[in-house]
Design a protein around this ligand. Structure first.
Ligand code: PLP
Length: 393
């Protein structure tokens, strides 16, 4: 008999996902457990969210104490944790001004609005966006408009006017689209959903140069690749460029829904002002306690140092799979955002992996996305490789 929760879920929820046939109940460290007590090694981290893994005591205690203290105030008042979290996020992102949202999509929406407002204040007449093919930025109309997958956009057309798509890592294709109406260029520093494609430093630097020469803003989306996963807090920090606006979400809250967009003072001075943008929940004390505590734990435990130490081992073991399996083509990505390109249908492999007790998800058409909690150790990588090999066989 099917698990009662699966039936309940499908009776009540809008069917927008082809979910795996498993009901997860609790977690501990790198593992999740279903309602039958079956144990799963987690290499998906709730789609790059649970950087600290499951059951982190310090994180849990901070959240519990905030629940008892204060949950909500609205943005009509200051609250203590919001200011503290903003200060910390500002420090690690090297940005000057932060706006808290409730999700990544909202962070992208805010970033697009901030860029349009900058153009409006400058009376530049610019409103167009250049985005990238294979990009993913979320599911609202604005975010879908800059998402580089036709099948995500088409059912919801017409999209935002003035969006064109360049080829990721092809500078000439960007140059060909730039014109006097271009307001901003938006891209992920490492494409996640599109198949784990890092921007090359040459491409990113080239895009930065185009922006500087044409008074165009550069928006970097670090929602999936950010918060330590790439081996630095944000992936652009390893590439000698700085965005004008950036987006964050997912792992900054470790499971508490929170996102943010942030910008330099230069942009902020000519962008969103009181009345231009807002949110009831964004910046609420609970979400901000999550952000503040995540950053505290990152610093105390040197999680970024750990990512840099462990990531080469993950690459090495995935390369081993490539040399052993004809269906495994190549390893992509960096840090703990890696991908294994395969020729077999990814859905078949992820399903078999689930049976083996491994949670792993796909990206793009033919890539297995390897995005474990950042606390992963060598023994977990070995266990994952063993299960993955069985799933690929
Ligand atoms: N941007 C990127 C790069 C993402 O990977 C995602 C989600 O996967 C989003 C935006 C949307 O974030 P959310 O699902 O929190 O709205």
């Amino acid at each position: 008999m099917e698990n009662q929760y699966i039936q309940d879920t499908e009776q009540g929820l809008l069917k927008t996902y082809n979910r795996f046939p498993v009901v997860l109940d609790h977690g501990e460290g790198m593992y999740l457990y279903d309602t039958d007590g079956k144990k799963y090694l987690d290499f998906a981290a709730g789609i790059a969210v649970c950087g600290l893994g499951y059951g982190n005591q310090e994180f849990g205690n901070a959240i519990k104490s905030q629940v008892d203290k204060l949950l909500h105030t609205s943005n009509l008042y200051y609250n203590t944790t919001c200011g503290e979290a903003a200060k910390e996020l500002k420090r690690i992102s090297q940005m000057d001004r932060v706006f808290f949202t409730n999700s990544g999509t909202e962070a992208v929406e805010g970033a697009l609005k901030a860029a349009r407002k900058y153009a409006y204040e400058k009376k530049s007449g610019r409103y167009e966006f250049i985005a990238m093919e294979d990009a993913f930025h979320g599911r609202s109309i604005g975010a879908v408009s800059v998402t580089g997958h036709k099948e995500y956009r088409e059912p919801f057309e017409p999209m935002l006017p003035g969006v064109s798509f360049a080829t990721f890592n092809d500078l000439d294709s960007v140059k060909a689209l730039v014109n006097e109406k271009t307001c901003a260029i938006i891209m992920e520093t490492i494409q996640g959903e599109g198949g784990i494609n890092p921007a090359t430093p040459e491409f990113l630097n080239g895009v930065r140069k185009i922006c500087d020469e044409n008074d165009i803003l550069l928006i970097l989306d670090e929602i999936q690749c950010g918060m330590g996963r790439s081996g630095s807090y944000f992936a652009w920090q390893q590439m000698g460029v700085k965005p004008d606006i950036m987006t964050m979400a997912k792992a900054i809250g470790n499971g508490i829904p929170v996102g943010a967009f942030a910008m330099t003072e230069k942009v902020a001075q000519h962008s969103l002002k009181p009345g231009d943008h807002g949110t009831t929940y964004g910046g609420n004390p609970l979400a901000c306690m999550a952000v503040k505590t995540v950053i505290d734990i990152f610093e105390k435990e040197d999680l970024i140092g750990h990512v840099n130490e462990i990531a080469p081992y993950l690459t090495e073991k995935l390369e081993e799979v490539v040399s052993e399996f004809d269906c495994a083509v190549k390893v992509k990505g960096k840090g703990l955002i890696q991908g294994l390109q395969i020729t077999k249908p990814t859905g078949e492999v992820t399903k078999k992996a689930l049976e083996e007790g491994l949670l792993i998800i796909s990206a793009g058409q033919n890539v297995l996305r390897v995005i474990p909690p950042l606390i992963v150790e060598k023994e977990h990588i070995d266990e994952m490789i063993e299960k993955l090999k069985k799933a690929l066989a």
